[in-house]
Ligand binder design. Structure first.
Ligand code: ADP
Length: 497
């Protein structure tokens, strides 16, 4: 672990857009209020950003409503919509360095990760959904009686979307891509920690030819801007990614207003199971990646590493060695694997969980403390001898804290892996096809990665069982979230033949 945050490198970008994007224009919030977005490397202010509230959500919904009801968006041909999305993807690539820089500055994630993983994925997701735009269609249905029956797949209307701070641009893409492909209009609320890149891509969308009002972006806080979007009577659909607690609040707001359908992508405590026949070195590396990627701030992080007793000691030793080698520091420096946590609240929460691990007598193999006195850097931390009933094995920590547990046989590990309120993802490491198949089918999780982890393709659906959420995003599955199905039943004068 290198000591961090002494040498701060400047991001190569200016903050150009800090106002709300409503009806094709960047505007101040109605109240004139702003809030600070902070640099997680230092806690210093990057920019003052417009603080949207109920009145701004109203303005944005009105613009989205008009763009939907009066056009042009749902009335344009699907091919035209597709071409705008493709042009947008080209612009993302053209501006990839500024975008990556802004993303890492606001979020703290390594610049190399933003540039080589997240920006290409952003473009890829929009190209994927651009490809769907002109391939969405209904069916003719062979009903009893003398009727011609067809289904129309229509856009649902104004989509409200609330996104978190851990992957600001990718969460934007997962939500906006399918909604636009289906012909909806959008009001998106960004997370208060990371408002900057959505405005930048909003500007690129205008440049790509997206009509005013189709995509409105409001920055602001959850209980104000977020809650008024979730409870708005003129929003037809809501998509949310964030914590399970907030997901419950959102579902209540939707139910108590206009019963808008809601998709939720929430927390997780994903098991990663290493069997005795796995390639241990590879499993160590992938388990390390599964937990520490993005500073541990992934809803699907492999945060319960179950290792077979025969390879347990070797696995723990090697995992510790790997974590000690992890390079932590300024995300703009070359070779950095881990930047700061997002903010002081998360930072304190993670340190509290580390203390709880120590107090509950898990073995602290390495790490366990913050790094430096500036910003929110935390040492890569590994606990062994973790037991299922410890807090660190039950709660989502959302930080660089790996918990390694021991198991003996397959039935036992399936039961323990499923003994959680969450069900987002899981990993299975084995060379035995029967074990892989059996465990994949038995695990109650929306994704099972076998001998890999965190493989995110635009075409692969993602979502949770149990309290990890409802609905699926990405792939063909996400389209259903943004479509209404209308059955048109026409009586025929004469028999169909
Ligand atoms: P975290 O605790 O990691 O910040 P949250 O689930 O609270 O996760 O935040 C995810 C998103 O939900 C953010 O955009 C946040 O502003 C928003 N949010 C938080 N509370 C509410 C709420 N009561 N109503 C609507 N949105 C909310």
């Amino acid at each position: 672990t290198s000591s961090a945050a002494e040498e701060i490198i400047s991001p190569s970008v200016q903050v150009s857009y800090t106002q709300l994007l409503i009806d094709g224009n960047f505007v101040d919030s109605a109240s004139g209020k702003t809030f600070e977005t902070l640099d997680p490397r230092t806690g210093e202010v990057i920019a003052h950003v417009a603080e949207g509230d109920a009145e701004d959500i109203n303005r944005a919904v009105k613009a989205a409503r008009k763009a939907f009801d009066e056009g042009p968006w749902p009335k344009m041909t699907a091919y035209e919509r597709s071409r705008i999305m493709l042009r947008f993807a080209d612009l993302v690539e053209k501006h990839s360095e500024e975008l990556a820089s802004l993303e890492s500055w606001d979020n703290g994630k390594p610049y190399q990760q933003s540039l080589t993983a997240e920006i290409p994925m952003l473009a890829r997701l929009f190209r994927y959904y651009a490809g769907w735009a002109d391939k969405i269609h209904g069916m003719t249905v062979p009903a009893d009686g003398n009727y011609h029956v067809q289904t129309l797949h229509e856009p649902i209307g104004v989509a409200g979307q609330i996104i978190p701070w851990n992957f600001p641009l990718l969460m934007f893409a997962w939500k906006v891509g399918p909604a636009l492909a289906c012909g909806n209009t959008i009001v998106l609320k960004t997370a208060e920690q990371t408002p900057l890149t959505a405005f930048y891509v909003g500007k690129l969308f205008l440049e790509a030819g997206l009509p005013p009002g189709v995509l409105n972006i409001v920055s602001g806080f959850g209980p104000t801007a977020g809650a008024s979007l979730a409870s708005h009577m003129d929003v037809d659909k809501l998509a949310f990614t964030g914590s399970t607690d907030t997901g419950k609040v959102i579902l209540g707001l939707a139910a108590n207003s206009n019963l808008k359908p809601v998709t939720l992508e929430l927390g997780g405590k994903s098991p990663l199971i290493v069997f005795e026949d796995a390639d241990v070195d590879k499993a160590v590396e992938l388990a390390h990646f599964a937990l520490f990627f993005n500073q541990g701030q992934c809803c699907c992080a492999g945060s319960r590493t179950y290792v077979h007793e025969k390879v347990y000691d070797e696995f723990v030793e090697k995992s510790k060695a790997r974590a000690l080698k992890r390079v932590v520091g300024d995300p703009f420096k070359k070779g950095i694997e881990q930047g700061p946590q997002i903010d002081s609240k998360q930072f304190q929460k993670i340190l509290k969980y580390i203390r709880s691990g120590v107090e509950s007598n898990a073995t602290l193999e390495c790490g366990g403390d913050k790094i430096g006195d500036k910003g929110y850097f935390i040492q890569p931390t590994v606990f062994s001898n973790v037991k299922d009933d410890m807090l660190i094995a039950q709660d989502e920590i959302f930080g660089p804290v790996q918990s390694i547990l021991k198991f003996r046989d397959v039935d036992e590990v399936i039961r323990r892996a499923n003994d959680t309120r969450y069900g987002l993802a899981a990993g299975v490491f084995t060379k035995n096809l029967d074990t892989a198949n059996r465990v994949s089918r038995a695990l109650k999780a929306g994704t099972v990665w076998v001998n890999c982890f965190d493989v995110f393709d635009a075409a692969i659906p993602f979502g949770g069982y149990k309290m990890s959420g409802t609905g699926r995003e990405k792939g063909i599955y996400s389209l259903n979230n943004y479509l209404q199905v209308k059955a048109v039943v026409t009586a025929l004068d004469n028999p169909a033949w």
